[in-house]
Design a protein around this ligand. Structure first.
Ligand code: NAD
Ligand code: UGA
Length: 456
């Protein structure tokens, strides 16, 4: 074996990232550790802890050969030459910066574990998304060791998206590696680049200083989310003017300077990172005395809240100004298609607002029902969770599409319509369906940023 790689944190990033590294780098031993024993057991089993297309195959190819999952963090630290840290960095809920700043306690805990148990020099890699200049603090903590050990800190943020993680990791748009500018830092950078060189073309490996790398990750997510909020804001204007958001987005996206991707209007963006990373950026700007810059980026999150609230207001308005006691079938609870992840899913906010209006909810999702139940566990109201979409729609007044699962397109809408209360409504929060077709079946159809198709 060439070198031993350890990854601390076996979550949505640590697990898939290390599986792809192990699969492409047979000369490296890759160990993934986590304090969550249940998660580790799942990584060792046939039912992985996360749903991600293609992941099972990659894990099965490498597991037991050069990919190992374990709860023994200490043994992993002792054995590894290179340590990726991929623990969670959620928004702080207490103290200074509560609601915006990143909570770095899990990150710092791993740094302290490393100092305590390391017996040799290590390269420590920030895989988690962190505020700019975190590496500086971490370097200080690590170099404070009394064993005379040297630690190099590298920033190597992850850009994969859920649902396409395996593809994104196999064919990354870029691998960003930021290092300190001294000789030791540059040597560490090359060591990390050598891992990726096993399958990533040289021109995709982007080397920067460590602060640029940390900041690039936050700004990349902020820019992506900003595109969605921009297009979502215009979807509201389209609904007032009979312009069509699909036409506007596609015509606008033909300009190569704008580009066609990531311009789909939606009920709102979700996922564990966009909101958290933008709020982190906002906090950093405030901290550094840049209130105008902070306000600019905060608006991206505020627009997202507005879009979710606007969606619920539209439902209520079109259903004769009340949804109290009316059953609404929620189709899709995951924050996007092809994942079972519901973190910050717009479906959570939308469902809570509908419950406040006393709607009766029947929630269906092909992968996310387990988490949907947990997300709404504290909510009062009438909620059921249905594996069968037809059961969810039975006796409902409306279907609200909140996730763009392709299989929703293939449902038998005649059958759904027949079992629903009339007038029956569809609110398509993802512009997923063939609206004309469902309108002709009898539904009153309310897409996003497009003319409603109503029989009323
Ligand atoms: P996650 O919550 O799924 O996984 C983090 C794991 O770290 C958990 O299983 C937790 O038990 C473990 N952990 C926490 N403290 C630990 C410790 N001291 N020792 C051992 N294990 C510990 O989080 P995630 O979605 O994988 O995200 C991890 C980081 O990557 C975050 O900073 C996130 O912003 C970033 N990121 C996430 C994505 C994504 O698609 N989810 C993409 C790019 C970047
Ligand atoms: C996003 C980024 O795309 C990744 O590059 C990044 O690594 C990751 O965050 C992270 O740091 O966690 P992810 O959140 O997994 O990935 O998924 P996206 O495909 O970006 O979707 C985010 C949200 O935006 C979803 O709710 C999706 O439905 C929504 N979206 C996306 C839209 O509403 N419209 C679009 O055009 C695209």
């Amino acid at each position: 074996m060439n070198k031993t790689i350890l990854c601390i944190g076996a979550g949505y990033v640590g697990g898939p990232t290390m599986a792809v590294i192990a699969d492409n780098c047979p000369d490296y031993k890759v160990i993934v550790v986590d304090i969550n024993a249940e998660r580790i057991a799942a990584w060792q089993s046939d039912t992985l802890p996360i749903y991600e297309p293609g992941l099972q195959e990659v894990v099965e190819r490498a597991r037991g050969k050069n990919l190992f999952f374990s709860t023994d963090v200490v043994a992993g630290i002792k054995e590894a030459d290179i340590i990726f840290v991929s623990v969670n960095t959620p928004t702080k809920t207490f103290g200074a910066g509560a609601g915006k700043a990143a909570n770095l306690q899990y990150w710092e805990k791993t740094a302290r574990d490393i100092i305590e148990h390391a017996e040799s020099d290590k390269i420590v890699i920030e895989k988690s998304t962190l505020p700019v200049r975190t590496a500086e603090a971490m370097h200080r903590i690590l170099q404070s060791n009394t064993k005379g050990l040297n630690f190099d800190i590298i920033s190597n943020p992850e850009f994969m998206a859920e649902g396409t993680a395996v593809d994104d990791l196999e064919k990354p748009g870029r691998v960003l590696i930021g290092a300190m500018e001294d000789e030791s830092g540059q040597k560490a950078l090359e060591t990390v680049a050598n891992i990726y060189r096993n399958w990533v073309p040289e021109e995709k490996i982007k080397k920067t200083n460590v602060w640029s790398s940390e900041l690039t990750k936050l700004v990349s997510n902020a820019m992506l989310a900003q595109r969605i909020s921009s297009v979502n804001s215009i979807s509201a204007l389209c609904e007032k003017t009979d312009a069509n958001i699909l036409e506007v987005s596609s015509a606008m996206g033909m300009d190569p300077r704008i580009g066609s991707k990531f311009l789909n209007a939606s009920v709102g963006f979700g996922g564990s990172c966009f909101k958290k990373d933008i709020l982190n950026l906002v906090y950093l700007c405030e901290f550094h005395g840049l209130p105008e810059v902070a306000a600019y980026w905060e608006q991206v999150v505020l627009m997202n809240d507005y879009q979710e609230e606007r969606f619920v207001r539209n439902i209520s308005n079109h259903m004769f100004n009340t949804v109290a006691g009316k059953k609404i079938a929620i189709f899709g609870f995951a924050f996007k298609a092809d994942t079972g992840d519901t973190r910050e899913s717009p479906a959570i906010h939308v469902s809570k607002l509908l419950l406040e209006e006393r709607a009766v909810l029947a929630i269906h999702d092909p992968q996310a029902l387990k988490y949907a139940k947990l997300d709404l566990a504290d909510c009062e109201g009438d909620i059921s969770y249905e594996v069968d979409p037809y059961k969810a729609a039975e006796g409902a007044h409306a279907i609200a599409i909140l996730t763009e699962w392709k299989e929703f397109r293939d449902l038998d809408f005649e059958k759904l319509y027949a079992s629903m209360e009339k007038p029956a409504f569809i609110f398509d929060g993802r512009n997923l369906l063939d609206h004309q077709k469902v309108f002709e079946i009898g539904f009153n159809v309310y897409p996003l940023g497009q003319k409603a198709l109503s029989h009323l």
